[in-house]
Ligand binder design. Structure first.
Ligand code: MG
Length: 159
């Protein structure tokens, strides 16, 4: 038995913040604003996984009103989400995600992201797909005011 889930997230880009994407610190002139480390890619993946098993969303499990998650490493959140799935008899099959931002170039960082995310998800690196596109200078992403991510995840019954 398999299920599929979808996730979307967006964060503002501002000066004086780090840019964490896919669990990797990306050198850039601006970073993502958020209560946690604002890793938009990991947040979209968390929501895809939660969606696949109809367990709500990341805001429900890790509310930004809770001081425990202030400055949180999103890798910890992803690991917790995968743990929730395991407890309920589900394992991750594969994840496919798309980042949308104008700069910087993401492809050089994709191998590092896959290497970080695969063990957290409990899958091989070839089950973690990360793609990137610009928004062709259109809208808030095009003006470099924000970054967004979309993800789908397939999960399967462990027994
Ligand atoms: Mg988020």
């Amino acid at each position: 038995m398999v299920r599929v889930g979808f996730g979307y997230d967006v964060h503002r880009l501002v000066e004086g913040r780090e840019l964490w994407l896919g669990g990797v610190l990306i050198p850039h002139t601006v970073g993502a604003l958020g209560h946690s480390d604002a890793d938009v890619l990991l947040h979209a993946v968390c929501d895809a996984l939660l969606g696949a098993v109809a367990l709500g969303d990341i805001g429900f499990h890790f509310p930004d009103t809770d001081a425990r998650w202030k400055g949180a490493d999103s890798k910890v959140l992803l690991k917790a989400v995968v743990g929730l799935l395991h407890e309920r008899g589900w394992q991750v099959g594969n994840v496919d995600a798309t980042l949308v931002l104008e700069r910087p170039k993401i492809m050089p960082h994709v191998p590092a992201m896959r290497a970080v995310m695969a063990p957290l998800l409990g899958v091989a690196e070839d089950a973690v797909s990360i793609k990137a596109t610009t928004n062709e200078k259109v809208g808030f992403v095009g003006r470099e005011e924000g970054v967004c991510a979309y993800a789908v995840a397939l999960v399967q019954r462990t027994a």
